[in-house]
Design a protein around this ligand. Structure first.
Ligand SMILES: C[S@@+](CC[C@H](N)C(=O)[O-])C[C@H]1O[C@@H](n2cnc3c(N)ncnc32)[C@H](O)[C@@H]1O
Length: 398
């Protein structure tokens, strides 16, 4: 398997794999998939699914269309943009099977870069790839420009902070492969990953098989520092493109929902509130779990902790890219102190696990290293690697 892919699209094309193989073959499978998507779209991201009938929806990078089917079932009129033509036949078949072909306004083979800006849409989605493109910020702004007044945009991204655990899984696999003389992207690596993480993966509600997760995350060349994103980077982009924060998944910023409806934030106030609040959620983003009542303050971090996390993410990314040596990877300074002081049990558990992984890194024996990683409990921690952000364009009424 080559790791020379110039883009994520290349990676999928060369490896002939469907990164998100979603089963819709039985009514139960469709119902289960639709329930997850409704929860995401409506429950987390604030998209009014009951009002989508006849609305223009644009989805970039829709893969074989299984998510778009759920929007089509709500009556949306879909423009689907998917440059990987290998999946177009399945996409058309999926729509045909559900009698939804009439809801397809267009299926385009263009990439998001080349898609024309002459139309406006009520909902624009770019899920699972935008962060891998070199001009990701410009493309996020393009999504804002494609929104009709009152329209909603959705972007997903690999979070630099929420992905700390995934980065450590990648780190542990890379080191285990190095010690065993196995190629990082070889079949042997898949077997090592199975040994380290397979059982725990089987315990979560994953939609895809272990091998797809391994290929799309643990060894994916596009899971590297330059492809990670954060709210601190994204919100200013959305703001300068004239859109306003609506929601996220997980729903990190839900305070406003608990306020009196007449207590309306000033224009731009939602973006500003999130930029101010996100460091207060850092512990939960890292662990992927809410803090224990009374220990919420443990998860709030100062800028020096954030800087330590950024440094560590870059070091792991460089090491697993073969750019820097293992000595670059260290848990130290204000970040190590902050983690060591955690009293919230989830954050303290994460701190202990990361310490165990870092202490194991210098081991020279492959078996001893794998045993230490397994004993540290990394496999059962998940964090919040993957986030969604929804935003809306002013409705132009005032
Ligand atoms: C990880 S898959 C995600 C599929 C689906 N959106 C989801 O989230 O389940 C990423 C998709 O983005 C597509 N993609 C990659 N580069 C793209 C680009 N420049 N413009 C539009 N789509 C792209 C890939 O072909 C692939 O189908």
């Amino acid at each position: 398997m080559s790791d020379q892919a110039a883009s994520l699209l290349d990676y999928y094309r060369k490896n002939h794999f469907n990164p998100v193989p979603i089963d819709l073959a039985t009514p139960e499978a469709l119902a289960s998939h639709a329930a997850k998507r409704r929860n995401l779209y409506s429950g987390h991201l604030g998209i009014p699914l009951g009002l989508l009938s006849g609305q223009k929806v644009l989805e970039f990078g829709c893969n074989s269309g299984e998510n778009a089917v759920v929007l089509a079932l709500c009556g949306a009129e879909l423009t689907l943009v998917e440059p990987n033509e290998q999946v177009h036949q399945r996409l058309r078949d999926v729509f045909e099977v559900f009698g939804l072909t009439g809801r397809l306004a267009e299926v385009s083979s263009l990439g998001i870069d080349d898609f024309p800006e002459d139309g406006k849409f009520n909902l624009v989605l770019a899920e699972g790839f935008l962060f891998t493109l070199p001009n990701k910020a410009e493309l996020a702004a393009k999504i804002c420009r494609l929104l009709a007044p009152g329209g909603i945009g959705v972007i997903s991204f690999n979070c630099r902070f929420g992905g700390l655990i995934e980065l450590h899984k990648r780190l542990a696999l890379y080191r285990a492969c190095e010690l065993s003389g196995a190629g990082f992207r070889s079949e042997e690596s898949l077997a090592i990953a199975q040994e380290l993480f397979g059982e725990a993966f089987g315990r979560i509600k994953a939609s895809r098989p272990f091998a797809a997760w391994w290929k799309d995350l643990l060894v994916n060349p596009f899971y590297a520092d330059r492809y990670l994103w954060s709210y601190g980077e994204l919100l200013p982009v959305i703001e300068s493109a004239g859109a306003e924060f609506l929601s996220t998944s997980p729903r990190w910023f839900a305070e406003e929902a608990m306020r009196w409806y007449k207590d309306v934030p000033a224009p731009g106030g939602r973006n500003a509130a999130v930029l101010e609040q996100w460091r207060g959620r850092l512990g939960s983003m890292l662990t992927g779990k809410p803090a224990r009542p009374g220990f919420e303050a443990d998860g709030a971090a100062g800028p020096e902790v954030v800087a330590g996390l950024e440094e560590l993410a870059l070091a792991i990314s460089d090491y697993t890219d073969g750019v820097r040596g293992l000595e670059a990877v260290a848990l130290r300074g204000p970040l190590a102190e902050w983690l060591a002081a955690a009293r919230d049990e989830n954050l303290a558990g994460l701190a202990a696990c990361l310490k165990a992984v870092h202490e194991a890194l210098p081991l020279e024996d492959a078996g001893a290293f794998r045993a230490a990683v397994k004993a540290g409990g990394l496999a059962d921690l998940w964090g919040s690697a993957y986030h969604y952000l929804s935003f809306s364009r002013g409705d132009g009424l005032l």
